[in-house]
Each structure stands twice: as C-alpha cells, then as structure tokens.
Design a protein around this ligand. Structure first.
Ligand SMILES: Nc1ncnc2c1ncn2[C@@H]1O[C@H](COP(=O)(O)OP(=O)(O)O)[C@@H](O)[C@H]1O
Ligand SMILES: [Mg+2]
Length: 344
C-alpha cells in the first residue's frame, strides 16, 4: 500500500522487508519507505527516473527503528484474552469501552454514543492490569503504543514533553490506536508536589493538552494503569480524559481457580491435582503468585525428571512451599475502600 506511488526496482521483495520489520507500526513503515526513497534519490542523482532498490531498503532498515516507545514486549507477546483467567466483567468493559470505539467508530457516531476517551485501571500489584492490556493488544484489532510513566520522564529539559507529543502524534498516524500509559502514577504525581524541578508537572500538562487536543482524538483511546490511584493527578481523571475508572481487584477463591486454570492451560496436570481445593488455600495470593505457583510446579516436575510428562499433586505441594503470597492486606483494604467510594 505504502509503496503504491513508489517506483520499485525489480529486486525489491516487500515480503522480505515485512519479515524484517517486527514491531513496526504503520507510521514506522511509512518512515521506512520515505527513507528508502531518499536513499534512492541520493544514489541516483542524475538518473531521470530513479527507482527504489532492495539496497535502498537495506540502508533504510539500518536507520529507521520501530517506535521506540512501543514496548516491544507488548508487540511480541502473544497473550490473548483466553490466557486471562477470571476478570470476566472487566474484559467486557474493556472490550466495549476500548475495542469497540476503536473498531466501530461509525456505529458510535450513528447511535449518538460518546465512548470514553480514556480508562484508568487500578488495583493491587500483580493482579492483571498490564496483562489485560497485553491481551487486548493480542486481539490485533488496534495498534498499541505502550509506555511506562517513568520512561516518559527524561532528565533533559523539554524532552519529556516532546516524548508525550510524539507518542500522540504516532498514535494518530497509526490509528486506530490504544495508548497504554502503564504505571501512570510515576508520571503524574499530584502537581505542585514534585521534587524534580517541575518535569512531571510539565509532562502532565503536555498529557492534558494532548488529551483535550484541538485535533479530535478520533480513533485513539488511552488506557492508564496504576497501583496507586491516589497519586494520579486528579486533573487526568476528569471527563474527556481518563474518565472511566475500572477496579481490577485481587482474586477471591473462585477467581483463583480460573487464574490457575488459565495459567495451566498448556500444563499437563495429573488427575490428582485439585485446582479448586488449592485455590481455596491461597488467600493473599495475587494472580501473579498463582501463575508463579503453576510455573514452579512444572519446574518441580522437571527437576525430578527431564522426561516428566505430567505435573502431579506432589509437584504442586513442593511449589506451594516455595511460592509465598505477595498481596499486602493493608493496601488491598485501602484500594477496596477507594473502589467503594468511587462507586457511590
Ligand atoms: N487474570 C490472570 N490470569 C492469568 N494470569 C494472570 C492474570 N493476571 C495476572 N496474571 C499473571 O501475573 C503476571 C503479572 O500481572 P500484571 O498484569 O503484570 O500485574 P499488574 O496488575 O501489576 O500490572 C502476568 O504476567 C501473568 O503471568
Ligand atoms: Mg503492571
């Protein structure tokens, strides 16, 4: 598509170029074609009809990198919503308020529904916030640009705001795009309290400008995630910004069964493994702890025999002694109360 207007030499193999550009979003590919064109033009200054050869693409591939801010982990991970145990309602909410607006903007317009511009996922650590968004990215229905709050805070004056603008520019170019601001509390401590010479203040201001952008953010949805909603600048949570707050709670026993099941989807469990019984004993275990338990059980089986073909209750018991719960009861109680107060 991008090369429709470009005079390609016969040796250009676009499928090979495609194979060498993992993690490139549409805007990166456009930059690549532009760069190859420039290279070709320079190479054949005197030619009447310069053509773009494979060598020009090779040269362009040396200099054009995929959007650095797009976490390649998100692009490469092939996590799907199937891998996410439990959290059924949250998956539905995200599908309706994030994927639908990106996929069917015309339907929203026709029915007069204004989708939320942004969503903030909050909840205790290790309970699936990042994992959920990775799974949404895995549906392949939107480009995902992911950036951690701390990554946007560059020490050089002005760089951070530029990074924010660049992030949104790329998102618009590659639309439909989901912008994922993970660990957004790092980025947006309440204004006026920062001790970093105002960088975070300016980054938040830049974010607000982009979110309110005069250029309508059509086809761009922003999802934030945090363990500390109290640290997020309230201005970011106003209508038209990260207006929809979604609590991702720690798993209860039935949820832990689902998480164990999802984590063990590709693990051959022996008949004597009772996931429901196990889940009932795992108070204080986050989703990540449950996943770690399954991994540890499989490792126990491997340690016993490299030709092991099933993971037994004995392996699970061994793992159970190694993996400790990581949820902090005080933090969980605070977050539950916060969620309750938002509901009111
Ligand atoms: N609902 C879930 N089902 C299965 N595994 C999960 C689930 N939630 C989290 N995990 C596991 O826990 C790990 C950490 O979760 P993550 O989403 O990074 O937590 P956080 O809420 O802190 O962002 C994931 O990489 C995944 O292996
Ligand atoms: Mg996370």
């Amino acid at each position: 598509m991008l090369t429709r207007q470009v005079p390609l030499a016969e040796d250009v193999r676009l499928d090979e170029v495609a194979g060498r550009t993992p993690g490139f979003v549409a805007a990166d590919l456009a930059a690549l074609v532009r760069e190859a064109g420039v290279h070709a033009a320079l190479r054949q200054k005197s030619a009447e009809t310069p053509t773009v050869a494979m060598a020009d693409f090779d040269a362009a591939l040396e200099v054009v990198r995929p959007t650095t801010m797009a976490a390649s982990t998100l692009e490469l991970a092939s996590v799907t919503l199937e891998d996410v145990g439990d959290l059924v309602e949250i998956k539905e909410t995200l599908t309706e308020s994030v994927l639908w607006p990106l996929t069917y903007p015309d339907t929203f317009a026709r029915l007069g529904v204004r989708p939320p511009r942004g969503v903030l996922l909050y909840g205790p650590p290790g309970c699936g916030k990042t994992y959920l968004v990775t799974a949404l990215a895995g549906t392949g229905r939107a480009n995902v640009l992911s950036v951690k709050g701390a990554e946007l805070l560059s020490k050089w004056v002005g760089e951070s705001e530029r990074a924010v603008r660049e992030l949104f520019r790329r998102a618009r170019e590659a639309a439909p795009t989901l912008i994922f601001l993970d660990e957004v509390d790092a980025l947006a401590p309440v204004r006026g309290q920062a001790t970093d010479g105002g960088t975070t203040d300016r980054v938040v201001a830049a974010l607000l400008t982009e979110l309110d952008g005069v250029e309508a953010l059509r086809n761009v949805v922003v999802v934030g995630a945090t363990n500390r909603p109290d640290l997020v600048d309230p201005a970011l949570l106003r209508p038209g910004r990260l207006e929809r707050l979604v609590y991702v709670p720690p798993p209860d026993a039935p949820a832990r069964v689902e998480i164990l099941r999802a984590s063990a989807r590709n693990v051959p469990l022996a008949a004597d493994v009772d996931l429901a019984g196990l889940a009932a004993e795992l108070d204080g275990f986050s989703a990540a702890d449950c996943a770690a338990l399954v991994r540890e059980a499989a490792l126990a089986a491997m340690r016993e025999s490299l030709t092991a073909s099933t993971v037994t209750a004995a392996h699970v018991a061994t793992a159970r002694r190694r993996v400790r719960p990581s949820l902090d009861p005080a933090q969980v109680a605070w977050l539950a109360a916060y969620a309750e107060s938002r509901r009111g």
